[in-house]
Design a protein around this ligand. Structure first.
Ligand SMILES: Nc1ncnc2c1ncn2[C@@H]1O[C@H](COP(=O)(O)OP(=O)(O)OP(=O)(O)O)[C@@H](O)[C@H]1O
Length: 248
């Protein structure tokens, strides 16, 4: 059974249909990425999956007892409020020092424990949000454009931490991102959303699908191909199809 199944979900907000007959599933341990243009319903779909929004038709089935860790796009913290990372991790529910340290270590932020939240860089802040999500010991980690505002090396580092975590914890990951070439290369499956699911499948399949190219052009496809090409040389014996790279 899947961790989460979304079946024929439709939802209108403010009189506008945002999700149209969307179906998807997320299985144990896989990384699934949702891509799509601005306003295509990606955040709304995540909010339906975590149960913050109820669809008008269709249904969402979560595995019994499923624990979800959610990393939001951003979180506003009052800049005048003195708040250390350690205290932030105990809001709203107190956690032990051992749990807080372990979560920070797993998020690559072990050294930040006594820092002020307001003094963190964008990348450090997102790692602390990731640590907070890990405190849930999630079966499914959901990230909504978690690297917005980070530079490219910062985002690549963040997603490589996510891949490491997926292996260490065995949790599934569902994420939304605009950094198509970085996240797609790290994903097992990609879902291209534009209100409805335009196309889905393995990253290279989606990158060369006409529906995806109509939305994003071929630039990101080229970047993905480049990444895959480098990836191939780093891992001899990998036998994925390179035919699409000829045209990239
Ligand atoms: N509470 C709301 N009331 C009315 N319309 C809303 C509401 N929330 C979202 N929308 C609209 O639904 C559409 C989809 O929004 P959503 O945030 O899900 O898109 P997105 O794909 O995540 O976009 P982005 O890439 O810009 O973050 C947008 O047109 C948005 O204006």
């Amino acid at each position: 059974m899947s961790l989460v199944s979304v079946d024929n979900v439709s939802l209108s907000l403010g009189g506008r249909q945002v999700l149209d007959q969307v179906s998807l599933h997320i299985d144990t341990g896989e990384i699934v990425t949702i891509v799509g243009p601005n306003g295509s319903g990606k955040s709304t779909l995540l909010r339906v999956i975590i149960g913050a929004l109820t669809p008008q038709t269709g249904q969402v089935t979560r595995q019994k007892g499923l624990k979800i860790g959610y990393v939001p796009q951003k979180l506003h913290i009052d800049p005048t409020l003195p708040l250390t990372v350690r205290r932030f991790l105990s809001l709203p529910k107190r956690v032990s020092d051992a749990a807080a340290h372990a979560a920070l270590e797993d998020a690559g932020a072990g050294h930040l424990c006594q820092h002020q939240m307001t003094s963190l860089s964008g990348g450090q802040f997102q790692r602390v949000l990731l640590a907070r999500a890990l405190l849930m010991e999630p079966d499914l980690l959901i990230l909504d454009e978690a690297t917005q505002g980070l530079d490219q090396p910062g985002s690549a580092d963040f997603y490589s931490q996510i891949e490491t975590l997926r292996h260490k914890k065995g949790c599934a990951v569902l994420m939304v991102s605009h950094e198509l070439h970085v996240v797609m290369a790290a994903s097992d499956r990609v879902i291209c959303l534009n209100g409805h699911v335009c196309c889905h499948g393995a990253p290279e399949h989606v990158a060369s699908a006409p529906e995806y190219r109509a939305l994003f052009g071929t630039g990101t496809h080229g970047a993905l191909a480049l990444y895959r090409h480098e990836h191939h040389h780093d891992h001899d014996g990998c036998d994925h199809d390179h035919s699409y790279e000829e045209n990239a």
